[in-house]
Design a protein. Structure first.
Length: 379
């Protein structure tokens, strides 16, 4: 293979990052606190624009874990979680010794099905336990059905942890993803829409909750001259160096979103004429996706070939693509836990594929992808 590898989603620096890192070195703020951490948090708070308070952390996974801690989730409590997601949405439930209860997706946004959610809540209550929290995810940047999910959550008075790891910059009815839940979660891992090389953030509605999150994230130190601890602590704060990268990345976030949406338009245009392939797209104009990843489902009975055939055809040309997330209720580590819903997530997993979606894809990259697709679909 001679041509350069085309990645699904790779880091894309804006150019401003090094200035903040150099400042950190010059002032010797090489620690998990400092002016870049505060600055990055302020940048995010302004961007989310909803009276939100943001705590920068070492990862999105840490943010989900602290979200459960803040909500008081303990051993043997039950937590509802979208089944179709990355394992990081669900693992922190087990860190707490709690029990995940998985919920199917609906076919419009591929996110948590409000009907299956209510069915799960009613049945868990009937079985003797009211779930302590709901973890709902905006997969691939597509907002979940926020009105319906919130209505169900409010009806039963269960808090939402909103896993917005993939959806920074997406919005629903003008309200930014990350601000819908009682607790919001962002990720800045290397493959996300902006990266800090590794990092995440927790988004909460009050200063008190933010202070509480930061307290847990910095080893739960009591107010004393010596090290004194009355609660379990974690080492989850973001480093000032990583936050410097984040500040630089915030300067290009909107242009990254525009690029990813252009890539999505390219796929939508291509597949418009191909029956049997559906591109994940906003169901109505209420939804705005950052299109972190562009994803398709292939109807193999119509096409005569499977999504795996397409994945291999792309791989042969050194182009990365990946099946959709394998639902958690089908994962060896999680399959023994309860599951509610039908086979929507399972069908998506079997027939779905994420295509290269980076904001740094060149015109040449898109031409190579176009060539493989034309050849594969014989158009
Ligand atoms: C990336 C991701 C996470 C975890 O974020 P990290 O920063 O990698 O720990 C959680 N949930 C979803 C849906 C993700 O895509």
């Amino acid at each position: 293979m001679s041509a350069n590898k085309i990645w699904l989603s790779s880091p894309h620096m804006g150019g401003g990052e090094q200035k903040y890192i150099q400042e950190a070195f010059a002032s010797n703020w090489v620690a998990p606190l400092g002016p870049n951490v505060a600055g990055f948090e302020t940048d995010l708070e302004h961007y989310l624009n909803e009276n939100s308070f943001v705590g920068a952390l070492s990862s999105g996974t840490a943010a989900i874990h602290l979200g459960l801690v803040l909500l008081g989730v303990k051993r043997d409590d039950e937590v509802l979680c979208q089944s179709m997601t990355f394992s990081a949405s669900a693992n922190p439930i087990l860190y707490q010794g709690a029990v995940p209860v998985f919920v199917d997706s609906e076919p419009d946004t591929w996110n948590m099905c409000p009907k299956a959610l209510e069915e799960a809540i009613v049945d868990r209550i009937a079985k003797g336990k009211k779930p302590k929290a709901i973890i709902a995810v905006h997969l691939y940047g597509m907002p979940f059905k926020a009105d319906e999910i919130k209505t169900v959550a409010q009806k039963y008075n269960i808090p939402i942890i909103e896993d917005s790891a993939e959806a920074l910059g997406s919005h629903f009815k003008g309200k930014k993803c990350g601000t819908f839940g009682d607790i919001g979660v962002l990720s800045f891992n290397g493959n996300k829409i902006i990266t800090t090389s590794g990092g995440g953030a927790i988004v909460v509605p009050t200063k008190e909750l933010k202070d509480r999150a930061v307290f847990f994230a910095t080893q739960s130190r009591d107010n004393a001259p010596h090290y004194q601890h009355s609660e379990i602590g974690y080492n989850y704060r973001m480093s000032n160096i990583c936050a410097g990268i984040g500040r630089g990345q915030m300067e290009v976030l909107d242009s990254h979103i525009a690029s990813r949406r252009n890539v999505n338009s390219f796929y939508r245009d291509f597949f418009a004429s191909i029956d049997g392939v559906r591109v994940l797209q906003e169901p109505t104009s209420d939804y705005f996706s950052n299109h972190w990843l562009s994803a398709i489902v292939v109807d193999s009975s119509e096409i005569g070939k499977t999504r795996e055939d397409l994945r291999l055809a792309l791989e042969k040309e050194n182009i990365e693509s990946r099946p959709l997330w394998k639902p958690m209720h089908l994962q060896p580590i999680f399959e023994k836990y309860p599951y509610y819903g039908g086979n929507v997530a399972e069908q998506l997993f079997e027939n779905g594929l994420c295509l290269p979606s980076g904001s740094n894809l060149s015109q040449d990259d898109l031409s190579r992808i176009d060539g493989v697709l034309k050849n594969f679909f014989k158009v």
